[in-house]
Design a protein. Structure first.
Length: 113
């Protein structure tokens, strides 16, 4: 009989969260997500653009090195990859991290808009 009373007390002792408390927690989490997610995506785009600018400068330095070493002013991505100035396949070497294409015209590397 005593064990039944102890079991009944344990079952009737509710120390959990109420529905209102759970809704308040979910509401606070939703507000935090609304505030944080746009900042993360904005920072990601900024980082991709900065790394694209850096990659264009790298390509430009490789174009200059190719012109000096190979004594050839007609530089293409195919030639840069073939001679080892840039790594990877040509289509990947000519893409910036933000997805834009890099073009080489008259010895100058720049992002194509």
């Amino acid at each position: 009989m005593k064990t039944l009373l102890k079991l009944k007390r344990k079952l009737s002792n509710n120390n959990g969260f109420t529905l209102i408390e759970m809704l308040i927690v979910i509401f606070i989490i939703a507000i935090l997500l609304i505030l944080i997610v746009p900042n993360i995506t904005k920072n990601l785009d900024t980082a991709k653009n900065k790394s694209s600018e850096a990659y264009v400068k790298t390509v430009q330095s490789q174009v200059t090195a190719y012109e000096i070493n190979e004594k050839d002013s007609n530089v293409t991505f195919e030639k840069l990859v073939e001679k080892g100035y840039l790594e990877g396949p040509v289509d990947k070497a000519s893409k910036a991290p933000n997805g834009k294409t890099i073009v080489i015209t008259n010895g100058k590397a720049e992002l194509q808009e």
